[in-house]
Design a protein around this ligand. Structure first.
Ligand SMILES: Cc1cc2nc3c(=O)[nH]c(=O)nc-3n(C[C@H](O)[C@H](O)[C@H](O)COP(=O)(O)OP(=O)(O)OC[C@H]3O[C@@H](n4cnc5c(N)ncnc54)[C@H](O)[C@@H]3O)c2cc1C
Length: 395
Protein backbone atom coordinates (compact mmCIF):
# COMPACT_ATOMS: atom_id res chain seq x y z
CA UNK A 1 0.00 0.00 0.00
CA UNK A 2 2.15 2.81 -1.33
CA UNK A 3 1.50 6.48 -0.65
CA UNK A 4 0.75 9.03 -3.36
CA UNK A 5 4.38 10.16 -3.14
CA UNK A 6 5.75 6.69 -3.91
CA UNK A 7 4.70 7.13 -7.57
CA UNK A 8 7.93 9.14 -7.75
CA UNK A 9 10.82 6.68 -7.56
CA UNK A 10 13.63 8.11 -9.62
CA UNK A 11 16.41 5.97 -8.28
CA UNK A 12 17.15 2.52 -6.94
CA UNK A 13 20.26 1.49 -5.06
CA UNK A 14 21.85 -1.99 -4.79
CA UNK A 15 21.89 -4.12 -1.64
CA UNK A 16 25.09 -4.32 0.39
CA UNK A 17 26.85 -7.41 -0.95
CA UNK A 18 30.31 -7.41 0.68
CA UNK A 19 31.89 -6.45 4.01
CA UNK A 20 32.91 -2.82 4.31
CA UNK A 21 35.00 -0.63 6.51
CA UNK A 22 33.97 3.04 6.61
CA UNK A 23 34.25 6.07 8.89
CA UNK A 24 30.51 6.40 9.45
CA UNK A 25 27.54 4.10 8.90
CA UNK A 26 23.93 5.30 9.03
CA UNK A 27 21.08 2.83 9.46
CA UNK A 28 17.73 4.01 8.03
CA UNK A 29 16.95 5.81 4.77
CA UNK A 30 14.35 8.33 5.92
CA UNK A 31 14.82 12.09 6.22
CA UNK A 32 16.83 11.81 9.44
CA UNK A 33 19.19 9.10 8.15
CA UNK A 34 19.79 10.58 4.71
CA UNK A 35 20.47 13.98 6.22
CA UNK A 36 22.92 12.43 8.70
CA UNK A 37 24.73 10.63 5.86
CA UNK A 38 24.95 13.89 3.90
CA UNK A 39 26.40 15.70 6.91
CA UNK A 40 29.00 12.97 7.60
CA UNK A 41 30.05 13.01 3.94
CA UNK A 42 30.28 16.81 3.94
CA UNK A 43 32.90 16.49 6.69
CA UNK A 44 35.03 14.22 4.50
CA UNK A 45 33.93 10.94 6.09
CA UNK A 46 33.66 7.69 4.10
CA UNK A 47 29.95 6.90 4.59
CA UNK A 48 27.64 3.95 4.04
CA UNK A 49 23.87 4.36 4.44
CA UNK A 50 22.02 1.07 4.89
CA UNK A 51 18.24 0.95 4.36
CA UNK A 52 16.15 -2.18 5.03
CA UNK A 53 13.71 -1.57 2.15
CA UNK A 54 13.64 1.42 -0.19
CA UNK A 55 14.60 4.97 0.67
CA UNK A 56 11.48 6.75 1.91
CA UNK A 57 9.47 3.58 2.50
CA UNK A 58 8.92 4.67 6.13
CA UNK A 59 7.21 7.78 7.47
CA UNK A 60 9.34 10.07 5.30
CA UNK A 61 7.56 8.79 2.19
CA UNK A 62 4.09 8.53 3.74
CA UNK A 63 3.50 11.83 5.49
CA UNK A 64 1.27 14.77 4.62
CA UNK A 65 4.14 17.02 3.57
CA UNK A 66 3.35 19.92 5.93
CA UNK A 67 6.43 21.98 6.69
CA UNK A 68 5.43 23.53 10.01
CA UNK A 69 7.15 25.40 12.84
CA UNK A 70 7.95 24.31 16.39
CA UNK A 71 7.70 20.81 17.84
CA UNK A 72 4.86 18.27 17.92
CA UNK A 73 3.25 20.06 20.89
CA UNK A 74 2.63 23.75 20.26
CA UNK A 75 4.66 26.48 21.94
CA UNK A 76 2.29 27.04 24.90
CA UNK A 77 1.75 23.33 25.59
CA UNK A 78 5.48 22.63 25.43
CA UNK A 79 6.37 25.67 27.58
CA UNK A 80 3.90 24.49 30.24
CA UNK A 81 5.31 20.94 30.23
CA UNK A 82 9.06 21.47 29.72
CA UNK A 83 9.65 25.19 30.35
CA UNK A 84 9.84 28.23 28.11
CA UNK A 85 13.53 27.80 27.27
CA UNK A 86 12.91 24.36 25.74
CA UNK A 87 9.88 25.67 23.80
CA UNK A 88 11.97 28.56 22.43
CA UNK A 89 14.79 26.17 21.52
CA UNK A 90 12.39 23.95 19.54
CA UNK A 91 10.91 26.97 17.72
CA UNK A 92 14.43 28.05 16.70
CA UNK A 93 15.38 24.54 15.58
CA UNK A 94 12.27 24.29 13.38
CA UNK A 95 13.07 27.68 11.85
CA UNK A 96 16.60 26.57 11.03
CA UNK A 97 15.19 23.31 9.63
CA UNK A 98 12.90 25.28 7.33
CA UNK A 99 15.89 27.17 5.94
CA UNK A 100 17.76 23.89 5.41
CA UNK A 101 14.76 22.36 3.58
CA UNK A 102 14.30 25.42 1.37
CA UNK A 103 17.99 25.33 0.46
CA UNK A 104 17.91 21.58 -0.26
CA UNK A 105 14.84 21.91 -2.48
CA UNK A 106 16.08 25.09 -4.09
CA UNK A 107 19.35 23.43 -5.05
CA UNK A 108 17.48 20.44 -6.45
CA UNK A 109 14.63 22.10 -8.32
CA UNK A 110 14.90 25.85 -8.48
CA UNK A 111 12.74 26.10 -5.39
CA UNK A 112 9.60 24.84 -7.13
CA UNK A 113 9.04 21.81 -4.88
CA UNK A 114 8.22 23.88 -1.79
CA UNK A 115 4.80 25.40 -2.05
CA UNK A 116 5.37 28.34 0.29
CA UNK A 117 1.74 29.07 0.95
CA UNK A 118 1.69 29.28 4.76
CA UNK A 119 -0.50 27.04 6.93
CA UNK A 120 -3.60 27.36 9.10
CA UNK A 121 -4.26 26.00 12.60
CA UNK A 122 -8.05 26.00 13.05
CA UNK A 123 -10.11 25.18 16.11
CA UNK A 124 -12.79 22.52 16.34
CA UNK A 125 -14.32 23.88 19.57
CA UNK A 126 -14.41 27.04 21.68
CA UNK A 127 -11.66 25.92 24.09
CA UNK A 128 -9.24 25.29 21.22
CA UNK A 129 -10.17 28.66 19.65
CA UNK A 130 -9.27 30.41 22.91
CA UNK A 131 -6.04 28.43 23.15
CA UNK A 132 -5.09 29.51 19.62
CA UNK A 133 -5.69 33.18 20.52
CA UNK A 134 -3.24 32.84 23.43
CA UNK A 135 -0.78 30.87 21.27
CA UNK A 136 -0.81 33.63 18.64
CA UNK A 137 -0.10 36.30 21.27
CA UNK A 138 2.90 34.34 22.64
CA UNK A 139 4.37 33.63 19.22
CA UNK A 140 3.99 37.24 18.06
CA UNK A 141 5.73 38.45 21.24
CA UNK A 142 8.70 36.27 20.21
CA UNK A 143 8.66 37.69 16.69
CA UNK A 144 7.12 34.69 14.87
CA UNK A 145 4.40 35.26 12.26
CA UNK A 146 1.05 34.03 13.64
CA UNK A 147 -1.90 35.97 12.21
CA UNK A 148 -5.48 35.63 13.58
CA UNK A 149 -7.53 33.81 10.92
CA UNK A 150 -11.14 32.96 10.08
CA UNK A 151 -11.97 29.58 8.52
CA UNK A 152 -13.03 31.24 5.21
CA UNK A 153 -9.43 32.34 4.74
CA UNK A 154 -8.39 28.68 4.60
CA UNK A 155 -11.11 27.66 2.15
CA UNK A 156 -14.73 28.33 1.13
CA UNK A 157 -16.24 25.23 2.79
CA UNK A 158 -14.39 25.18 6.11
CA UNK A 159 -16.87 27.13 8.23
CA UNK A 160 -19.81 25.00 7.13
CA UNK A 161 -17.66 21.91 7.78
CA UNK A 162 -17.61 23.02 11.43
CA UNK A 163 -14.24 24.75 11.79
CA UNK A 164 -13.78 27.86 13.92
CA UNK A 165 -11.17 30.59 13.82
CA UNK A 166 -7.48 30.11 14.50
CA UNK A 167 -4.12 31.23 13.19
CA UNK A 168 -2.33 31.63 9.87
CA UNK A 169 1.43 30.95 9.85
CA UNK A 170 2.88 32.68 6.76
CA UNK A 171 6.32 31.04 6.97
CA UNK A 172 5.00 27.45 6.66
CA UNK A 173 4.51 25.49 3.48
CA UNK A 174 3.72 22.14 1.92
CA UNK A 175 5.94 19.93 -0.18
CA UNK A 176 6.40 16.55 -1.84
CA UNK A 177 8.35 14.76 0.90
CA UNK A 178 10.08 12.26 -1.37
CA UNK A 179 11.41 15.06 -3.59
CA UNK A 180 13.10 16.45 -0.49
CA UNK A 181 14.45 13.02 0.50
CA UNK A 182 15.85 12.32 -2.97
CA UNK A 183 17.41 15.79 -3.13
CA UNK A 184 19.27 15.09 0.14
CA UNK A 185 20.27 11.60 -1.05
CA UNK A 186 21.62 12.96 -4.34
CA UNK A 187 23.65 15.56 -2.44
CA UNK A 188 25.07 12.84 -0.16
CA UNK A 189 26.03 10.71 -3.16
CA UNK A 190 27.73 13.65 -4.85
CA UNK A 191 29.94 13.88 -1.76
CA UNK A 192 30.82 10.20 -2.01
CA UNK A 193 28.32 8.50 0.34
CA UNK A 194 27.37 4.93 -0.66
CA UNK A 195 23.67 4.06 -0.36
CA UNK A 196 22.40 0.48 -0.03
CA UNK A 197 18.72 -0.51 -0.23
CA UNK A 198 17.05 -3.85 0.56
CA UNK A 199 19.60 -4.41 3.34
CA UNK A 200 17.91 -4.86 6.73
CA UNK A 201 20.28 -4.52 9.65
CA UNK A 202 19.96 -7.45 12.05
CA UNK A 203 22.28 -6.35 14.87
CA UNK A 204 24.48 -3.46 15.96
CA UNK A 205 27.21 -3.68 18.59
CA UNK A 206 29.79 -1.17 19.75
CA UNK A 207 33.16 -1.69 21.42
CA UNK A 208 36.05 0.54 22.45
CA UNK A 209 37.18 1.12 18.86
CA UNK A 210 34.00 1.39 16.83
CA UNK A 211 30.75 -0.23 15.76
CA UNK A 212 29.85 -3.44 13.93
CA UNK A 213 26.65 -3.47 11.90
CA UNK A 214 25.48 -6.91 10.77
CA UNK A 215 23.16 -7.35 7.80
CA UNK A 216 21.98 -10.63 6.25
CA UNK A 217 24.87 -10.87 3.77
CA UNK A 218 27.63 -8.56 4.96
CA UNK A 219 29.06 -6.64 7.89
CA UNK A 220 29.96 -2.96 8.11
CA UNK A 221 32.66 -1.87 10.51
CA UNK A 222 32.69 1.87 11.26
CA UNK A 223 34.14 4.48 13.59
CA UNK A 224 30.65 5.86 14.29
CA UNK A 225 27.14 4.58 13.72
CA UNK A 226 23.92 6.59 13.62
CA UNK A 227 20.63 4.75 14.05
CA UNK A 228 17.80 6.61 12.29
CA UNK A 229 15.19 3.85 12.15
CA UNK A 230 12.12 5.64 13.54
CA UNK A 231 9.85 3.34 15.59
CA UNK A 232 12.09 0.33 14.85
CA UNK A 233 14.76 1.61 17.22
CA UNK A 234 13.72 -0.67 20.09
CA UNK A 235 14.16 -3.71 17.80
CA UNK A 236 17.84 -2.85 17.20
CA UNK A 237 18.49 -1.33 20.61
CA UNK A 238 16.05 -2.78 23.20
CA UNK A 239 16.52 -0.09 25.92
CA UNK A 240 14.86 2.36 23.50
CA UNK A 241 11.57 0.65 24.36
CA UNK A 242 11.64 3.04 27.34
CA UNK A 243 11.10 6.05 25.05
CA UNK A 244 9.85 5.03 21.60
CA UNK A 245 6.41 3.69 20.77
CA UNK A 246 4.91 3.28 17.30
CA UNK A 247 1.88 5.39 16.36
CA UNK A 248 0.14 4.69 13.08
CA UNK A 249 -1.40 7.49 11.03
CA UNK A 250 -3.96 7.12 8.24
CA UNK A 251 -4.20 9.17 5.04
CA UNK A 252 -6.27 9.38 1.88
CA UNK A 253 -5.99 11.32 -1.38
CA UNK A 254 -8.80 12.29 -3.74
CA UNK A 255 -8.73 12.49 -7.51
CA UNK A 256 -7.72 15.95 -8.73
CA UNK A 257 -10.44 18.59 -8.31
CA UNK A 258 -10.75 21.39 -10.85
CA UNK A 259 -11.03 24.23 -8.28
CA UNK A 260 -9.29 25.47 -5.16
CA UNK A 261 -10.77 23.99 -1.98
CA UNK A 262 -7.94 24.90 0.39
CA UNK A 263 -5.70 27.96 0.12
CA UNK A 264 -3.02 26.43 2.38
CA UNK A 265 -2.57 23.27 4.46
CA UNK A 266 -4.86 23.09 7.49
CA UNK A 267 -4.09 21.58 10.88
CA UNK A 268 -7.04 21.31 13.28
CA UNK A 269 -8.25 19.66 16.48
CA UNK A 270 -4.82 20.09 18.14
CA UNK A 271 -3.17 18.53 15.08
CA UNK A 272 -5.30 15.38 15.05
CA UNK A 273 -6.79 16.38 11.66
CA UNK A 274 -4.91 17.71 8.67
CA UNK A 275 -5.88 18.58 5.09
CA UNK A 276 -4.07 19.98 2.08
CA UNK A 277 -4.65 20.41 -1.61
CA UNK A 278 -1.79 19.52 -3.94
CA UNK A 279 -0.83 21.67 -6.92
CA UNK A 280 -2.64 19.19 -9.24
CA UNK A 281 -5.94 19.68 -7.33
CA UNK A 282 -5.88 16.50 -5.23
CA UNK A 283 -7.14 16.82 -1.66
CA UNK A 284 -5.24 14.93 1.05
CA UNK A 285 -6.80 14.17 4.42
CA UNK A 286 -5.10 12.61 7.39
CA UNK A 287 -5.47 12.01 11.07
CA UNK A 288 -8.37 11.33 13.47
CA UNK A 289 -5.97 8.99 15.32
CA UNK A 290 -7.43 10.28 18.60
CA UNK A 291 -10.58 8.22 17.80
CA UNK A 292 -8.63 4.93 17.94
CA UNK A 293 -5.43 5.49 19.91
CA UNK A 294 -5.08 1.88 21.04
CA UNK A 295 -5.69 0.31 17.61
CA UNK A 296 -3.27 2.81 16.07
CA UNK A 297 -0.44 1.91 18.47
CA UNK A 298 0.93 -0.49 15.89
CA UNK A 299 3.87 -1.35 13.63
CA UNK A 300 1.41 -2.74 11.04
CA UNK A 301 0.92 -0.64 7.92
CA UNK A 302 -2.77 -1.61 7.74
CA UNK A 303 -5.66 0.66 6.91
CA UNK A 304 -8.07 1.32 9.78
CA UNK A 305 -11.62 1.21 8.27
CA UNK A 306 -13.10 3.30 11.12
CA UNK A 307 -10.64 6.15 10.59
CA UNK A 308 -10.69 5.87 6.79
CA UNK A 309 -14.52 6.21 6.87
CA UNK A 310 -14.22 9.23 9.16
CA UNK A 311 -11.71 10.85 6.79
CA UNK A 312 -13.95 10.13 3.81
CA UNK A 313 -16.83 11.90 5.57
CA UNK A 314 -14.53 14.88 6.16
CA UNK A 315 -13.59 14.85 2.48
CA UNK A 316 -17.30 15.02 1.57
CA UNK A 317 -17.76 18.03 3.86
CA UNK A 318 -14.86 19.86 2.22
CA UNK A 319 -15.73 18.87 -1.36
CA UNK A 320 -18.93 16.81 -1.89
CA UNK A 321 -17.88 15.78 -5.42
CA UNK A 322 -14.40 14.49 -4.42
CA UNK A 323 -13.66 10.81 -5.05
CA UNK A 324 -11.08 8.85 -3.06
CA UNK A 325 -8.21 7.66 -5.24
CA UNK A 326 -5.60 6.39 -2.77
CA UNK A 327 -5.45 5.32 0.88
CA UNK A 328 -2.37 4.53 2.94
CA UNK A 329 -0.98 4.40 6.46
CA UNK A 330 2.42 5.21 7.97
CA UNK A 331 4.16 4.60 11.27
CA UNK A 332 5.41 7.45 13.42
CA UNK A 333 7.71 7.21 16.47
CA UNK A 334 6.26 8.86 19.56
CA UNK A 335 8.15 9.71 22.75
CA UNK A 336 6.62 10.29 26.21
CA UNK A 337 7.21 14.08 26.04
CA UNK A 338 6.64 14.35 22.25
CA UNK A 339 10.17 15.74 21.80
CA UNK A 340 12.70 13.99 19.56
CA UNK A 341 15.54 11.91 20.97
CA UNK A 342 18.97 12.89 19.67
CA UNK A 343 22.19 11.72 21.29
CA UNK A 344 24.60 8.94 22.18
CA UNK A 345 23.34 5.46 23.06
CA UNK A 346 26.82 4.23 23.90
CA UNK A 347 30.42 4.54 22.71
CA UNK A 348 30.46 5.42 18.98
CA UNK A 349 26.73 4.71 18.75
CA UNK A 350 24.26 7.57 18.16
CA UNK A 351 20.58 7.87 17.44
CA UNK A 352 18.10 10.40 16.06
CA UNK A 353 14.33 9.98 15.92
CA UNK A 354 11.12 10.07 17.93
CA UNK A 355 9.72 13.08 16.07
CA UNK A 356 6.22 12.30 17.35
CA UNK A 357 4.53 13.09 14.04
CA UNK A 358 6.46 16.30 13.34
CA UNK A 359 9.58 15.08 11.58
CA UNK A 360 9.43 17.19 8.44
CA UNK A 361 9.85 20.15 10.77
CA UNK A 362 12.89 18.69 12.52
CA UNK A 363 14.38 15.52 10.98
CA UNK A 364 16.50 17.09 8.21
CA UNK A 365 18.17 19.45 10.71
CA UNK A 366 18.51 17.02 13.62
CA UNK A 367 19.82 14.35 11.22
CA UNK A 368 22.56 16.77 10.26
CA UNK A 369 23.20 17.77 13.85
CA UNK A 370 23.48 14.23 15.24
CA UNK A 371 26.23 13.63 12.67
CA UNK A 372 28.03 16.75 13.91
CA UNK A 373 27.64 15.48 17.51
CA UNK A 374 29.07 12.08 16.55
CA UNK A 375 32.09 13.84 15.03
CA UNK A 376 32.59 15.92 18.19
CA UNK A 377 31.68 19.14 16.35
CA UNK A 378 28.50 19.92 18.29
CA UNK A 379 27.39 19.50 21.89
CA UNK A 380 24.27 17.38 22.44
CA UNK A 381 21.07 19.03 23.73
CA UNK A 382 20.36 17.76 27.27
CA UNK A 383 16.62 18.35 26.73
CA UNK A 384 16.63 15.92 23.78
CA UNK A 385 19.04 13.28 25.12
CA UNK A 386 18.09 9.58 25.43
CA UNK A 387 19.40 9.79 29.01
CA UNK A 388 16.29 11.78 29.99
CA UNK A 389 14.38 8.49 29.75
CA UNK A 390 17.14 5.99 30.52
CA UNK A 391 19.53 7.57 33.03
CA UNK A 392 21.78 4.50 33.15
CA UNK A 393 22.68 4.69 29.45
CA UNK A 394 26.36 5.38 29.05
CA UNK A 395 26.69 8.39 26.73
C1 LIG B 1 0.71 9.63 7.75
C2 LIG B 1 1.79 10.53 8.29
C3 LIG B 1 1.66 11.92 8.14
C4 LIG B 1 2.67 12.76 8.62
N1 LIG B 1 2.60 14.09 8.32
C5 LIG B 1 3.62 14.91 8.69
C6 LIG B 1 3.62 16.28 8.29
O1 LIG B 1 2.76 16.72 7.53
N2 LIG B 1 4.61 17.08 8.76
C7 LIG B 1 5.60 16.60 9.57
O2 LIG B 1 6.46 17.38 10.01
N3 LIG B 1 5.68 15.29 9.90
C8 LIG B 1 4.72 14.44 9.46
N4 LIG B 1 4.78 13.11 9.76
C9 LIG B 1 5.94 12.61 10.51
C10 LIG B 1 7.20 12.47 9.64
O3 LIG B 1 6.88 11.83 8.43
C11 LIG B 1 8.24 11.66 10.42
O4 LIG B 1 8.45 12.26 11.68
C12 LIG B 1 9.59 11.58 9.69
O5 LIG B 1 9.42 11.22 8.34
C13 LIG B 1 10.48 10.58 10.41
O6 LIG B 1 11.66 10.42 9.66
P1 LIG B 1 12.70 9.30 10.10
O7 LIG B 1 13.85 9.42 9.15
O8 LIG B 1 12.96 9.41 11.55
O9 LIG B 1 11.93 7.91 9.91
P2 LIG B 1 11.51 7.08 8.60
O10 LIG B 1 11.20 7.95 7.46
O11 LIG B 1 10.45 6.12 9.04
O12 LIG B 1 12.84 6.29 8.23
C14 LIG B 1 13.31 5.21 8.98
C15 LIG B 1 13.87 4.20 7.98
O13 LIG B 1 14.58 3.18 8.71
C16 LIG B 1 14.44 1.97 8.00
N5 LIG B 1 14.73 0.87 8.93
C17 LIG B 1 14.05 0.50 10.04
N6 LIG B 1 14.64 -0.57 10.63
C18 LIG B 1 15.72 -0.88 9.87
C19 LIG B 1 16.72 -1.88 9.96
N7 LIG B 1 16.74 -2.81 10.95
N8 LIG B 1 17.69 -1.92 9.00
C20 LIG B 1 17.72 -1.00 8.00
N9 LIG B 1 16.77 -0.01 7.87
C21 LIG B 1 15.80 0.03 8.79
C22 LIG B 1 12.98 1.99 7.54
O14 LIG B 1 12.77 1.11 6.45
C23 LIG B 1 12.80 3.47 7.18
O15 LIG B 1 13.01 3.71 5.80
C24 LIG B 1 3.79 12.22 9.31
C25 LIG B 1 3.92 10.85 9.47
C26 LIG B 1 2.93 10.00 8.96
C27 LIG B 1 3.10 8.51 9.12
Amino acid sequence: MDSLWHDLRPAQWPPLAADQEVDGVVVGGGLAGVSAALALASHGQRVALVEGGRLGQGASGRNAGFLLGGAADDFLTLAAARGRAVAEMMAKLAEENRRLVKTALGEAEGGSALEGVGSFALAVDRAEAEHLVRLGESLRELGYGAVPAEPEMAGPTLRQAGYLGGLFFPADGQLHPLRLLYALAAAAERLGASIYEATPVAAVSSDGKGVTVKTGRATVRAGVCILAVNADLARLFPPAGAWIRPARAQMLASRPLPRPVLNAPVYAGHGFRYFRQCADGRLLIGGFRNLAVEAETSWDLELNPLLQDRMERELALLAPDAEVERRWAGIMAFTPDHLPVVGALGPHLWSVGGFSGHGLALAPLLGRQVAEMALGRRRPYPALSPQRFAGDLEP
